[in-house]
Design a protein. Structure first.
Length: 248
């Protein structure tokens, strides 16, 4: 009996001694974690996953509207326009900011946002036409809106434009023109061009880009680029609305 107890005590002592040696060994071999390096590793893994997820879902679409806002003037109140659109537009939709020269404050605001807003930026030597085409290709909605030079003021403003687009199967685009007074008298062959130059919004389906192509990236201004692009759509397939009560 005594021998049994002695063997038990010796076994327990040996196990404790081995456990102490093991803890000493682990504390000596395990390096201390570097929190900075850990954050870098986590960023790399997260970034890689995000890139892969974006590539896998780059061609997907959703049953909603892509609202594309081109910005090339740093003095434009782009932040106010984004907030107004979000307040007056029912979901589902996504916002794409085609940025070819916004202010630093606007860039920080857009980059800090989460949710249905994306920042499409070109190189410093690329004009607004290039960046706008890039945003059009990146859009996922089954309907696209280019909104430039005006801001919606009516709740569910997009619903009225969508109703016009779906009212007649032949209609390919719905445009909204500025309400201007003192319109100059133009030659007959320039009247339609003048009206298109005054457009501040265009709603259409993505298929229209396949039919008429993208915007002319060499035009001297955004309005002229969009004017020329809309001019490729035959007049019988276009509907023009007035901006009154819809935009400001």
């Amino acid at each position: 009996m005594r021998n049994g107890r002695r063997n038990l005590y010796e076994g327990l002592f040996t196990m404790r001694r081995r456990g102490a040696r093991l803890r000493t060994s682990l504390s000596a071999t395990l390096p201390k974690a570097d929190p900075v390096e850990g954050r870098k590793d986590g960023f790399i893994v997260g970034y890689s996953y995000g890139v892969q997820h974006g590539q896998n879902n780059g061609d997907c679409s959703f049953d909603g509207i892509s609202i594309i806002i081109p910005i090339h003037d740093p003095n434009e109140d782009a932040t106010g326009k984004i907030r107004r659109i979000e307040a007056l537009t029912p979901h589902p939709y996504e916002l794409l900011i085609a940025d070819a020269g916004s202010s630093e404050g606007t860039r920080q605001y857009v980059r800090g946002r989460i949710g249905a807003i994306r920042h499409i930026v070109g190189r410093s030597d690329q004009g607004i036409g290039v960046v706008l085409n890039k945003a059009l290709r990146a859009a996922h909605g089954k309907k696209l809106v280019i909104l430039y030079g005006c801001t919606p003021v009516m709740d569910n403003w997009i619903g009225g434009l969508t109703d016009e687009l779906e009212h007649a199967p032949a209609i390919k685009t719905v445009c909204v023109s500025f309400a201007q007074s003192g319109t100059p008298i133009l030659p007959r062959d320039e009247v339609d061009t003048h009206n298109r130059l005054n457009a501040c919004c265009a709603l259409f389906r993505p298929e229209l880009l396949s039919d008429v192509g993208g915007l002319d990236e060499g035009s001297p201004s955004l309005q002229e680029s969009i004017s020329e692009w809309l001019g490729r759509v035959p007049q019988q397939y276009r509907t023009m609305l007035q901006a009154k009560d819809l935009f400001t």
